[in-house]
Every structure is written in C-alpha cells, then in structure tokens.
Write a protein that binds this ligand. Structure first.
Ligand code: MN
Length: 261
C-alpha cells in the first residue's frame, strides 16, 4: 500500500518528513556507538520477522465503567495518553506461562487487560477512517500498574511514571498480522486470575476506537512504524500477588498466561 495515502492533511511536506524518518535509525557518518543498546522486538506470527518497538503509547480511561471506577466522568473526558519505555515489553508466547517478577516499591500491583495495536506505518494528522491502514498487527497485552504509586503521584499532581512506566510493565503476546485477523471493533475481552473471572467486557465498549486513538495520537505526535498502542482496559481492575496466574483473552487472538513470581 502507498503509505502516503494514510496522510490526510500533511501533503508533500509530511510525506518528505516521513521519508526522512525512514533512515533515522541508520548510523550517521563515521561515528560508531560506544556500546550496543538492545532493540526490543516482538515476534510476528507466521513469519521469521520481528517487529522493532519504537514507542509504546497507552490510552487512559477508555471504557466508561473503568473511567468511573477511577473517579472520572467518561462523558466529558477527551482521550489522554501516556507512554511506557520500549524495554518494558515482556513477550508471552502462546501456550507458555511466563514468569513475571512482582515489582519493587508497590503494595498494590494491578492488572489491566488491553487490546494492543502495532503500527507498520505512521504519519501526522491521520484521518480516523484511514487509520487502521497503519496497523500491522494486534495482540493481547497487560498494562501492569503500581496502583498505589500511580494514585499517590496523581494526588500530588506529579507524573505517573513510577506507577506505569517501569521494567516489564508491558507483558504481551506475539503479533498477529492484521491482514489475517482483520480489525478489532467488537468481541470479548476478559482476564482471569487463578481461573476466576475478574475483568469481562466487549471491545465495542471502548469510548475511543483504535482508529480514533491513532487519529488523535497523530495530532499530538508524528506516528511511525514501530509504534504500539495499548487501547485501554475495561472495568474491574484489581491486584495480584506473588503466585497468581493471570490469563488474558481477546476473541480472535491467542490467550496469554503470566505468573507473578
Ligand atoms: Mn491501561
């Protein structure tokens, strides 16, 4: 597909900027890096290729009932976003229970089950009716949260960073190609802990769809291939402790299983 088609408003200047970004990761001049920094990647199911992760965007309070349980009014709030570091990714292969270390500093460690979209194309000012053309693949993710620290920082009007953006806070499955799965606008999304159903909703209850999220994000940031988006969690978030096994499900995607250790 011609990637220029996903740019609705930028015209030639935006295309030039996008083309320029394609080489942004290449070595510049004769300089060599003093040491190597690992590039986090996600396996792409059915291929020998991996997806290099550039940025991880997460939307807040994107299901009305979850927004209410967090103390907000879902009818009035525009979407808002935060980021996790790319090396927060913890890959959860299908059929495997992955050990997930309980993080430091928290006494109230929460799960949030979410649909994750991974972009194979980017742009600025992307129209929502073209936005899904940017999605290369989807998977099931957990937006793990030190809820006590997130709340404490929020109460003090300080950044959420320590509550949301820490090591291994982004467990997720392998990428399933969008060309095979199609879009995710409805379907069950649930999370079990030790076999007990904790979160149970439908993707059609999102306040802002994945397409709308891409469109909104692209007005604030230039999106690029490699960006991934956590699309929000439904209600009934809650705590896990060491020994708990979380099972995450979205219709049309392989389940993920994560054990807190
Ligand atoms: Mn979340």
């Amino acid at each position: 597909m011609d990637r220029r088609k996903v740019l609705s408003g930028g015209g030639a200047a935006a295309v030039a900027a996008l083309a320029g970004c394609a080489t942004a990761g290449a070595p510049s001049g004769a300089s060599r890096t003093v040491f190597a920094v690992a590039q986090p990647t996600l396996p792409i199911v059915g291929t020998s290729e991996v997806f290099p992760v550039r940025r991880i965007y997460c939307i807040g309070r994107n299901y009305a009932a979850h927004s209410r349980e967090m103390g907000s009014d879902p009818t009035r709030e525009p979407p808002f976003f935060f980021q996790k570091p790319t090396d927060a990714v913890q890959i959860v292969p299908p059929g495997v229970t992955v050990d997930h270390p309980y993080p430091t500093l928290t006494k109230n460690y929460h799960y949030e089950i979410e649909l994750v979209a991974a972009l194979g194309k980017g742009g600025r000012d992307i129209a929502s009716d073209r936005a899904l053309e940017c999605v290369l693949g989807y998977t099931v993710g957990l937006d793990m949260t030190r809820r006590d620290l997130q709340r404490a920082m929020g109460d003090e009007k300080k950044p959420w960073e320590i509550g949301k953006s820490f090591d291994r806070s982004a467990p997720m499955g392998q990428l399933q190609p969008a060309a095979k799965t199609g879009p995710f606008t409805k379907g069950a999304i649930w999370l079990r802990v030790n076999g007990e159903l904790k979160q149970n909703a439908n993707l059609d209850q999102m306040i802002w769809s994945v397409a709308e999220q891409i469109s909104k994000l692209s007005r604030a940031f230039e999106l690029m291939a490699g960006d991934i988006i956590y699309s929000g969690t439904p209600e009934n978030v809650g705590p896990v402790v060491s020994g708990d096994v979380m099972e995450g499900h979205i219709d049309g995607l392989p389940d993920i299983r994560v054990k807190v250790v």
